[in-house]
Design a protein around this ligand. Sequence first.
Ligand code: NAP
Length: 370
Amino acid sequence: MSGLDNIRNEIDEVDRELTELFEKRMGLVKKVADYKKKNNLPITNSKREKEVIAKNISYLKNKELSKVLETFFINLIDVSKSLEEDEIGSQREKNFEIYGLLGEKLGHSFSPEIHKFVFEKSYKKAIYNLFEVPKDKLKEAIEGFKLINSKGINVTIPYKTEVIEFLDYISKEAKSIGAVNTLKFSENKLSGYNTDYIGFGKMLEKFKVEVKDSTCVVLGSGGAAKAVVQYISDNKCKKLYIVSRSPEKASREFSKFEVIDYKELENLENGDVIINCTPAGMFPKIGVSPVNKEVVAKFKAAVDLIYNPLETEFLRYARESKIKAVNGLYMLVGQAVASEEIWNDISIDEEVVDEIYQNLIEKVGGHDEK
Ligand code: NAP
């Protein structure tokens, strides 16, 4: 027997052991698939995949093999995921889930695209529709969602407050804010949440905008401002001003906070974060800002809830003043993903949020914030 034959014999023995281990691993993968099916969990878990690869590379005695082992595990994980997909797929196809956005006039919305991405990531058969409903048909619409067995509906202008009277449960944040943008239907119970609050928090975290112990200014006194004000106050800012064109009226809605007008804002000392919660500068009426450049330059960071265009006039002032500028696209994705988490009792990786965000950035055709 030649030297090569001896080596090949040894390889055959190693392969036999590998096959035995492979079979054992696939048996466990089927158990994971079964658990994910029962709990409606997504197949892909990027964080866990990275951990598995890193852990196994750390076991290597010969670190020169790191790259090869990484490729081996990437392929092994792919094979495992396609087995999970086969196991889960047929079951989920039967349960076609219905989600959507409820509003009076919806026009173009990025929401279907964001949710479609989440469905694809979790290999879920589901649709996300736009439901334009006139004011006098709101009650019928809610009953209709129950009849078609919808799992969840997002709510936008002008129904974020109106839907509250139909709820059996309202989350703590939504109650304090007085607005609901996420409805969850489960076992004849209707629950309401505010994921604008959550999405805003995800965006601040992502772009490292600190509100704790900071002086913050919120422009506008509408629905979005309410969620933002609640988040900032829950996260222990040092000082918070709400700026309104009609401060007297706004003071009635924000009775616990200091409401000022735009003239008073111009006379304020420097602050930390200024947040635009008005529609000024939004497509198609671009090129205007609720405040001038001198005001923006007094802050360390400017955040605009508007995401179309990605760089509003307000954010252009911020960029030119060399302060941090963050647009509202990450918040939009963050609030949509938070709704999915609530509807399906799951936790979605930050990597998925980032991936959707990057995809949309390319579609909107702008540039990423720095
Ligand atoms: P809204 O209820 O219409 O309120 C906006 C507030 O802005 C008004 O209450 C008003 O406050 C002020 N305002 C309105 N027009 C103005 C103008 N031309 N100049 C200056 N101030 C003006 O709207 P919203 O639902 O709060 O939404 C506000 C913005 O946030 C919109 O652009 C929306 O697209 C965006 N948004 C983004 C996200 C996201 O996920 N990124 C989520 C929610 C909302 P005063 O009368 O007190 O001045």
